[in-house]
Design a protein around this ligand. Structure first.
Ligand code: MLT
Length: 247
């Protein structure tokens, strides 16, 4: 990471203004589960993901496309939305189901964080599943970096904070730059405390508890896997696809 490059962290969709992202490379993080699902879907051959802010936007797009090639996907408060083809479990997004399809994707916090980042210079999607590949991509660019955690309805989410800290740790060889923002310091510090038991701590997070009651442990176990996927989803002109040359 270049010395002059700055890194900041926002802890929910409600904690920043769009102007604060102008000219920055933004990494959107929603470990449980939107960013893990996007990474998995594109790795399994989905053609593209269109993030939307709400049900009205999703329906408007769905009404104007050919339903053979598009899937309507997402959740509200963790539960698949009625009438949608898929919910937000990354385990549903298999090659057989999503191969060649474009996904219209609507989630409680994750897709709202992506939509709010649209005015920035570059937008990447990160999860534990692809963390090292995201970091390698960030290392070869010179823009200041902002890690946007989706959080949960304006609140901090521990699993997103841990991944933000992991990214900062990997970007700077395990060190924290002296001039780091408070946001970056907090994420780095939390990651350092818990890095030996990331999965254990994610399992105790508020959203993991919520999901366990609804659907059990499987998605949480999957979303805690580190570096099992080597792609970086990138948002351009409102659509998330893979970087040139991937897959
Ligand atoms: C979100 O966008 O808030 C999440 O991905 C919720 C979920 O676990 O489905």
């Amino acid at each position: 990471m270049a010395d002059s490059q700055k890194i900041d962290v926002f802890y929910s969709v409600h904690t920043f203004q769009e102007e604060e992202l102008r000219g920055k490379a933004v990494v959107v993080i929603d470990v449980l589960r939107a960013s893990s699902t996007i990474v998995t879907a594109l790795n399994n051959g989905a053609k593209a993901v269109i993030p939307v802010a709400d049900m009205a936007e999703a329906s408007k797009i769905a009404q104007n496309v050919d339903s053979d090639n598009y899937l309507l996907c997402g959740e509200k408060d963790g539960i698949q939305i009625e009438g949608y083809d898929l919910g937000n479990s990354p385990l549903e997004y298999t090659k057989e189901v999503v191969g060649g399809k474009t996904l219209i994707f609507n989630t409680t916090n994750g897709t709202k964080a992506i939509k709010k980042s649209i005015g920035s210079a570059d937008i990447l999607i990160a999860s534990f599943l692809n963390v090292s590949t995201v970091v390698n991509t960030l290392k070869i660019q010179k823009k200041d970096i902002v890690l946007v955690c989706a959080g949960w309805k304006g609140r901090l989410a521990l699993e997103d904070t841990l991944l933000a800290g992991n990214i900062i740790h990997l970007l700077n060889n395990g060190k924290l730059a002296d001039e780091s923002t408070d946001g970056a310091r907090v994420a780095f510090g939390i990651y350092k405390i818990y890095k030996k038991d990331l999965a254990g701590v994610v399992h105790q997070s508020n959203h993991a508890m919520r999901l366990k009651k609804l659907i059990g442990d499987d998605d949480i176990n999957y979303c805690c896997k580190i570096d099992i996927i080597d792609i970086v989803p990138r948002l351009k002109e409102g659509i998330i696809t893979l970087q040139n040359g991937e897959k």
